[in-house]
Design a protein around this ligand. Sequence first.
Ligand SMILES: [Zn+2]
Length: 438
Amino acid sequence: MRTLIENAMVLTMDGKGQVFPQGYVLFGEEGILEAGDGICRQDADIRIDGKGGILMPGMVNVHSHIPMIPFRTMGDDCPDRLRRFLFPLELEAMTPGLVYAAARYAACELLLSGVTSVLDMYYFEDQAARACEEIGIRAWLGETVIGQETCDSKVPYGGLKICEELIQKWQGHSRIHPLVAPHAANTSSPEMLQAAYRLSEKYQVPYTLHASEMDYEMEYFKEKYGQTPIAFLHGLGVLGERTIAVHCIHMSDSDIRLLAETNTKVAHCAGSNTKAGKGVCPVLDMRKAGVEVGLGTDGPSSGNTLDLFTQFKMAASFQKTKYHDRSAFPAKEIVELGTMGGARVLGAQDEIGSIEAAKQADLVLLETKSANMFPLYNPYSAIVYSANASNVDSVWVGGRQLVRGRRLVETSLQKERSRLQAEMPEFERRAKKYHDMI
Ligand SMILES: [Zn+2]
């Protein structure tokens, strides 16, 4: 079955930065067959009129905790909420059923906003994988490994075993990619950070962890080891091309050099970092040093939204402000971070991230008829500064259309919301205990 989308402005995000103003893309389930300008000479089974919209590669969200939908808008302004109520409430209230229903809902929300690939780390991650598999999104998923009791492990570091089972079950799947996810540099012991890294080496899967995020984390490493978290992780031998360090807010010049030398990737979450008042990641310096950076939303309780439009605006604005330079991070570069940049962070640059023949047909069609999309001198600027998730008209993942006319094709948001609500009463009852904070 061949589908042709025509009459659209195609932003390929390929190495040459090609744009086809009156463009088309022809694809099948096996991938993109052809992209170009003007009239496509090949036959197609389905023809779709792009109505002058913008056709771009599916967006790549490189850091999230999607099953945390039930926590959204809870204690947004509460200091140190991770330790004060997030960890305790997760421990007592998260269940496999809640993770599954929340992950389904989140996957739908991601697709409706044009995100076709997401990296997730959480608990009961097999349920999140099942949800993503069913909904049709492309996902990289890791069970959290942490030095404390969790909702799915009575013993600290139980996540290591769960993670290996997750890898064995899902490795080789066309869309669901397991990975190893130690929680953070300061919440796992050095031995366990290394054990988790060995697991990622054994199965050749990515290794992701939060690092250089918290003020207390920086003090802890300084006092205990006389080092930064990045230097400490380097000393453990866990930085490398499969490692994705998340946040990296507090960075020295030598930290950035270490990331570049080891080809460690970075997930930048502008919204979550600044909402928490933690600081702004020095993305410009990292990029100058040659570090690959992708954009993430963090969980729906940290950044509240799962779409990358919000991150585009914040990443651009905070970087320009941090460096006092309006010309820093032109819109095209920001869109690049959210597409090819994310693909490179995941090691999936040959598969996704741009519209090129032989790549997966992960595509997003943005409508340009809404009030906020006129006039349109620069499509990249429109995406970064003007657009929002409501401009997403259609979405395909691997050639399968999952969003059409701003609605899900195979399920409905109302159905997924009802499913999630049915799982939430016990969670909400237990959350009441923390009413003074949330
Ligand atoms: Zn996170």
